[in-house]
Design a protein. Structure first.
Lengths: 104, 485
């Protein structure tokens, strides 16, 4: 879907594809606007290709911590917290979250 | 005695000695908020009833003598969850969301007796450097209301300088505490990544986000940090590092500057920055020299790649973190016939442009075929930037830099130019990538607009950072200046 990088401008189709992956509905005008802005941002970050990173480990996370775990014990939240959580659900049936069909 | 300009210590002492009641102190802040809000728009929600209820309880039960924050009114950036109080991240997509729990940092402050005045404005989901991307309008700079307050913690910084609260909590991912602190003339601390808990604070970029205080002095910052620092079982990125006595670290601050090696990185003095901003930093260096510090020029050659690195890593993490806002479990939802449309329409209507830009950039750089060239490369450059700081701290104790290349720009000036906006964070981003702490200090004025300097220290060296910053505030008065609103 995406041709080689170094291309100056994202195409309309590329922007529409990105919008689809991002679950964002965009109209024609927005596609055009973002086409220009996203292309400019991507052109700027191309700068990083100048840096020689041979043999460098990527920084996956910033603390050096590993395997931070807790005991495998279930915690139950009832009472007010549950009421508070359910109250925030926009579409619900009783205490159940309501969504459109997940499968066609 | 202007109650709204008292320091945390003065506020607390006043309450203990019964010079004024907590209700009087809180009401003074609420009155101030009512007076200046039409001019600056720093609050999303003002919790008047809650605040007065809490103040009455403090007066009834007696202020905690040993807890400096007891009874002191504060505000929280609107990405912090305070149980029962709306949290919006200044976004339409979280309209109506009421957190059913406290963030850990909030719970710790509440335990210390914080009185909550309200939630402050931010760039939408903290994405921005001016608080202009807020769905509720920009926060205006109290020093010049035609200019931005900075971002993303612009509401927090403006509220502190305008006397609308004694202190606030903000978040700093690429400069979002330090930059608005500089634009508004207040003191702001970005902690070492992991020094404070992010639990209950809406995530933007999980490997970069930090939470920290903004206040009117380093001493005030120290009180707040003392209350919130420390590992949290609910945030697995908080290492178990001992919490020093930050207040004790301030004692004898001036003396401990003697012999201190302060590095001035030459890559932080660039073309395009205001000449007067540079002058302020060099003046601060002279002040430290007079106190006995040794100023050493140092080299951080990867600095020029920091913004590009950040604007790959940050959007990548944003694209992941924003996936949860889908109209299903909380916030606003758009009517739609299919699940896909529910997501696509809800997010299209609920998110602003900057959020959409970052989600799409992030999606692009993480996608198959692009991951190695962009994201992996950025993560490697990040390693090199970290190593570069590690090396420089072998030769100096602290770095002194400008906080921002310019003073506060005009509202609307950078709004249509994302890259120009991103470059506002050129001096704050490197420290974020490395995870080191940074302190923004008011250091003067240029054309009546505040200028800040930044101190950077090694990982978990907040005690030294605050001490060196406090020493500067012992011999200067910039942090005491207030706008005439």
């Amino acid at each position: 879907m995406f041709p080689c990088f170094g291309v100056n401008m994202l195409t309309k189709e590329q922007v529409q594809y990105l919008a689809k992956l991002s679950r964002l509905e965009l109209n024609e005008a927005e596609v055009k606007k973002f086409q220009g802005q996203l292309s400019a941002i991507l052109a700027y970050v191309e700068k990083l290709r100048e840096v020689n990173t041979n043999g460098v480990e990527p920084t996956a996370q910033a603390t050096g911590l590993e395997n931070v775990a807790r005991a495998d014990e279930a915690d139950t939240f009832g009472g007010e917290t549950k009421v508070g959580v359910v109250a925030n659900v926009p579409k619900k049936k009783g205490e159940y979250v309501q969504v459109r069909a997940v499968f066609d | 005695m202007e109650l709204v300009n008292l320091s945390i210590k003065e506020s607390h002492e006043g309450l203990v000695k019964k010079k004024f009641s907590c209700v009087e102190l809180t009401q003074a802040y609420l009155d101030r908020i009512k007076k200046v809000e039409p001019k600056i728009n720093s609050f999303v929600t003002v919790t008047e009833k809650l605040a007065l209820g809490q103040a009455k309880a403090v007066d009834k039960n007696g202020v905690e003598k040993k807890q400096m924050l007891s009874g002191v009114p504060a505000a929280l950036k609107d990405v912090f969850c305070y149980e029962g109080v709306g949290a919006t991240a200044s976004s339409k997509i979280l309209k109506g969301y009421i957190p059913p729990y406290h963030a850990t940092s909030v719970a710790r402050l509440k335990q210390q007796g914080m009185v909550l005045l309200g939630k402050t404005n931010t760039d939408e989901f903290t994405m921005g450097s001016s608080t202009e991307t807020s769905a509720f309008g920009a926060t205006k700079n109290p020093w010049d209301t035609t200019r931005v307050s900075g971002g993303s913690s612009g509401g927090s910084a403006a509220a502190v300088t305008a006397g609308e609260c004694a202190y606030t909590l903000g978040t700093d991912t690429g400069g979002s505490i330090r930059q608005p602190a500089a634009f508004c003339g207040v003191t702001g601390l970005k902690v070492t990544y992991g020094r404070t808990s992010r639990f209950g604070v809406m995530s933007m970029a999980s490997s970069l986000d930090t939470i920290g205080p903004l206040a009117r002095s380093v001493e005030d910052i120290a009180y707040v940090l003392q209350a919130i620092a420390g590992s949290d079982t609910r945030d697995s990125t908080t290492p178990k590092v001992a919490i020093p006595d930050y207040l004790a670290a301030l004692v004898g601050a001036e003396k401990s500057v003697k012999g201190l090696k302060i590095g001035l990185p030459k890559q932080y003095f660039i073309k395009g920055m205001d000449a007067e901003v540079e002058t302020s930093v060099r003046e601060a260096a002279r002040i430290y020299e007079k106190m006995g510090a040794k100023i050493i020029e140092v080299d951080l050659p990867l600095t020029e790649y920091a913004v590009a690195t950040y604007y790959i890593i940050c959007p990548a993490e944003v694209s992941s973190n924003m996936a949860r806002y889908d109209g299903v479990r909380y916030g606003s939802v758009e009517a739609a016939k299919t699940l896909y449309d529910t997501y696509a329409k809800t997010r299209a209507r609920g998110f602003g442009d900057e959020v959409k830009r970052r989600i799409m950039i992030g999606t692009y750089v993480l996608s198959h075929g692009y991951y190695d060239a962009y994201y992996k490369q950025a993560m490697k450059v990040r390693t090199l930037i970290r190593q570069e700081f590690k090396k420089v701290f072998e030769g100096v104790d602290i770095l002194l830099t400008p906080t921002t290349p310019t003073t506060a720009f005009k509202i609307g000036e950078n709004a249509d130019d994302p890259i120009k906006m991103y470059l506002a964070d050129v001096f704050t981003i490197p420290a974020s990538l490395a995870g080191i702490p940074g302190l923004a200090l008011p250091a003067g004025f240029v054309d009546k607009l505040p200028v800040g300097v930044q101190l950077l220290a090694p990982w978990f060296a907040e005690a030294k950072l605050l001490s060196v910053g406090h020493a500067y505030q012992q011999v200067t008065n910039w942090h005491k200046e207030r706008p005439s609103l």
